[in-house]
Every structure is written in structure tokens, then in C-alpha cells.
Ligand binder design. Structure first.
Ligand code: SF4
Length: 474
């Protein structure tokens, strides 16, 4: 087995773009997802090491100092961070010319040729679902014999056949022992999750076809492929032992509630363990299922509402009706399930009026917290192709983040400028959070715990910095 380094490379300060982040950008407040997509192949390669440079605050020099200790380095990359990730690869190669370097992630799945030819330092890219490709390479199998890999021969890209998609998800070993060996849970913050939290997957893929959503269109696919409930519950039981300090487990499956009987079965197992947990959900889960989940430790749902305008939901193929989302939210409020709602401004069909409608919708349904993102046309998505076809792309779609790593709008419409879309994010946040009702909710939450008080105050300072930075930029 080659001595293998799995690396989330350093890039922008505080950049959450690693192997677990859906939107690769610096957040309004310090946030890091666990690098689960790297931990998974790391679990297949005995003796490997997983290094998450952004979460650990490791500099390029500190990462390069590791180069001599390894024979193979696997770097996770993304569209916004790709140029910087190539520089990291070049620095590693300069320090250890014998190091074989491969890139993984949705960006290389979409653009394998350009990615592998981007630099002499990149020896191969592993496309799509790369776990077993990396295992085979680490075992010493020649690149020419590894499915799902693109590599170079005499300066030209060679693309091996696609790797068969994995259906028996119980073949994937647990990631939590890798977290335990290599990561520090206290490094990982998500504003709406208890601290320290831990995230992992119980399945991959999403049956919905939202046009902007990167992962199902690149790596995960549109079938929800799942681990068995017993396998999931066994891992959480182990994690509970390994990490007694973890206050909440988060299932980062695209839509954990897509398979309701299974979600209920897992919930009952978690209920027996007595853990607090949260997950991603679509705003269409019926009351009875919500109740089973809540009765078995569910604390929070992360819900992608995207827009309060029905036509925009149709335009993006969300498969969701606004009134269903309203009823679902009322049910969650009744059951005491906390909601973190996510919204997107600048989707096809957006106007000044629909932005206003979505802000009103958000304040009416009143999730506990929200995240507002700019529509991000990632290469490989339907939205990207649509934007190219219609001439909506600005910055050539390349600059999805600005100098500090915050998102910038890559889309503009004849009736709605890039600047208006950009400014709408700060307006949305201000209108949502600077309401007496919301201020009272957050103050109450702070008064209930000293830890929460310290954390919300720190986040408040970061959030104001974010709003100020927006005002200066606009
Ligand atoms: S439901 Fe969520 S995860 Fe599934 S395609 Fe839509 S945005 Fe993506």
C-alpha cells in the first residue's frame, strides 16, 4: 500500500470549499463541514492520513513540509478553488518530485481533460465516485488499469472507462474512525448545529433534479443509494463512544427524508442510542414521519426552500409547491423541530418582485435561522448550460468567489443586474434577522446558555463584518 495523504488544500482564509461543502465559499460566519468525501477513501487505504488544512488553519508551508512523508497525495478540489489547488500540487511536487498527485471532486468529474492537463504536477484525476479508484491506485495498480481515472501519456490526456456506480453502500467502511485518527471535532463549526457536531453520510444521490444542484448531477446521481439502517446505527453507536464530546450528529445525505420508511427505521435506532441528530430534508415530509423522527432525537432539519415564488420553483425543477412548504414548516413548528432554511437569489426568472416575495415568504414561515446564497452555475449542472445558452453568465462563470473567498454573482439577466442580485443577499439577511421577533428569539437562545451566548456574539461580529464587506463591495 502506498503511503497516502488525503488533503483538503489550504486556499482562501476560512474557505469552506472542501470535501464536504456543497457551496464552495467563505461563509458569513466561520463554518466548516467535515471532509467526508476524502475520509471515505481514506477509510479504504490503511495507514493513510487525512489533513484538512482550512479547518486546522494550516499554511501552504506547513502542508508542503508533509510532502516527503508520502508516496501518493489525493487533493480534493472545486471550481472556485481549482487554480489555488493546482499551486498547492505544484508546491508539493517541487518538494517531493516522486510524489504521485491526484485530484478528486465534482470539478474534475466535469472537466477531466482540462484538469489533468492543467499542470505537470497533476498526475491523474479520479472522476465521479472515486473511492475505489483511489484504493486501487494506493494498492499499486497501474493508472491504465483503474476505471474512472484520467491521466497523462506523453502530455496527452487518456480517459479510462467509467467506474461502475456503487450500489451496495454497506461496502463503504465507517468514516468516523478516520475522523478519530486525523481530525479534531472542535475545529468544525456550523452556525445552526450544536458545537461540536459531526457530519457523515448514510447514502448518496438525490431523486430530485433541481437544475442548480451540483452533486446529484456530477457524482451522486439521481438514485438515492443507501446504507442499511443497521449499518448506520452501528456507526453512530461507535461514534458516540469515540467522541463523547459530540453534541449532535448531522446526516448530510442530499435528502435524508427521500426514503421515509428507512428514515423512520434509522430514527428508531438512534432513539434507542439516545443521541441528538439532524439532517437535510425536502419541505414535503408528512407530519406523521416528522413526529417519528422528532420522538427519536431529531432536533433540526436543513431545508432547501430556495424561493417563495412558485414559477421560480418550476423553473429550477424543484418539484415543490409553496403551500406544501408552508404546511410542512407549520408542522415542524408544532412539533418543536428547528429549521435552518436555505434560499437562493438570482435563479432563472428572478426579478425585483420575486426577491421581495421570497423575503416576505421567509419572514412569514420564519425558520429559526437562514442561509442566503447567490445562484451558482457550477459547470456540469443544467443551470450552467442554460446560463451559457442564454448569455446569463458574467465573469465567464469562472470567478465564483472574490478575493476573500466570499461568493460573487456569476449570473445577470437583462432585467436584473449582477449588482442587484449581489446586494439582495445582504438585504435579505437584514430584513430577516433585524426584526423584533427574530432578535427576541436569538436573545432568548443566548440567555439559555453561556456557551451559546459566546458563540452567537462571535458570530454576530463575523456577520456584521460580512455585511460591511458587502456594502463596501456594492
Ligand atoms: S432536493 Fe436538494 S439535494 Fe436534491 S437535487 Fe434538489 S437541491 Fe439538490
Amino acid at each position: 500500500m502506498m503511503k497516502t495523504l488525503f488533503l483538503n488544500p489550504p486556499s482562501f482564509d476560512g474557505f469552506d470549499g472542501g470535501a464536504g461543502a456543497r457551496y464552495q465559499a467563505k461563509r458569513e460566519i466561520r463554518s466548516f463541514w467535515y471532509p467526508t468525501w476524502l475520509a471515505q477513501p481514506a477509510a479504504l487505504v490503511p495507514g493513510s492520513r487525512l489533513v484538512d488544512a482550512p479547518a486546522r488553519d494550516l499554511s501552504l508551508a506547513e502542508v508542503v513540509a508533509l510532502a516527503d512523508d508520502f508516496e501518493l497525495a489525493v487533493l480534493h478540489t472545486s471550481t472556485p478553488s481549482f487554480p489555488s489547488d493546482v499551486k498547492v500540487a505544484e508546491a508539493l511536487k517541487a518538494a517531493n518530485p516522486k510524489l504521485m498527485i491526484g485530484f478528486v471532486g465534482a470539478h474534475v468529474a466535469v472537466s477531466p481533460e482540462a484538469s489533468v492537463l492543467a499542470s505537470d504536477a497533476v498526475d491523474f484525476v479520479a472522476r465521479s465516485e472515486f473511492d475505489f479508484s483511489i484504493k486501487e491506485i494506493a494498492e499499486g495498480q497501474p493508472l491504465a488499469e483503474v476505471d474512472g481515472v484520467s491521466y497523462k501519456v506523453d502530455g496527452r490526456a487518456v480517459h479510462n472507462p467509467e467506474r461502475a456506480i456503487l450500489h451496495d453502500m454497506d461496502q463503504l467502511p465507517f468514516v468516523t474512525p478516520v475522523y478519530h485518527r486525523d481530525l479534531v471535532p472542535e475545529d468544525y463549526f456550523i452556525g445552526y448545529l450544536k458545537h461540536p457536531y459531526m457530519s457523515l453520510y448514510t447514502g448518496r444521490g438525490c431523486k430530485s433534479r433541481c437544475t442548480f444542484c451540483l452533486w446529484p448531477q456530477t457524482i451522486g446521481g439521481h438514485t438515492y443509494r443507501t446504507r442499511s439502517p443497521a449499518h448506520v446505527v452501528e456507526e453512530i453507536a461507535l461514534a458516540k463512544e469515540l467522541f463523547p464530546q459530540v453534541k449532535e450528529f448531522f446526516f448530510d445525505d442530499d435528502t435524508f427524508t427521500d426514503n421515509r420508511p428507512r428514515a423512520e427505521e434509522i430514527a428508531r435506532g438512534l432513539g434507542r442510542l439516545g443521541v441528538t441528530w439532524s439532517c437535510n430534508a425536502k419541505a414535503n415530509v408528512p407530519y406523521d414521519t416528522l413526529k417519528v423522527l422528532r420522538d427519536n432525537g431529531l432536533r433540526l432539519l436543513l431545508v432547501g426552500y430556495e424561493s417563495g415564488n412558485q414559477q421560480i420553483l418550476h423553473n429550477i425543477k424543484k418539484g415543490m409547491r409553496v403551500e406544501v412548504a408552508r404546511r410542512f414548516t407549520e408542522d415542524c413548528h408544532k412539533l418543536g423541530i428547528t429549521i435552518h432554511g436555505t434560499f437562493i437569489v438570482g435563479l432563472p426568472g428572478e426579478t425585483r418582485e420575486t426577491i421581495e416575495e421570497t423575503i416576505r415568504f421567509a419572514t412569514e414561515i420564519n425558520p429559526h435561522t437562514i442561509q442566503v446564497s447567490l445562484a451558482a452555475p457550477y459547470p456540469g449542472t443544467f443551470l450552467y448550460d442554460q446560463a451559457v445558452e442564454n448569455g446569463w453568465l458574467v465573469h465567464n462563470g469562472g470567478d465564483m468567489v472574490q478575493g476573500e473567498g466570499f461568493q460573487v454573482s456569476s449570473l445577470a439577466y437583462p432585467h436584473l443586474t449582477q449588482e442587484e442580485i449581489f446586494e439582495a443577499v445582504a438585504t435579505f439577511y437584514k430584513r430577516f434577522y433585524f426584526r423584533p421577533r427574530k432578535i427576541a428569539d436569538i436573545t432568548l437562545e443566548m440567555l439559555q446558555s453561556w456557551d451559546m451566548m459566546k458563540r452567537r456574539l462571535r458570530e454576530g461580529v463575523e456577520f456584521m463584518h460580512f455585511l460591511n464587506a458587502r456594502e463596501i463591495a456594492s
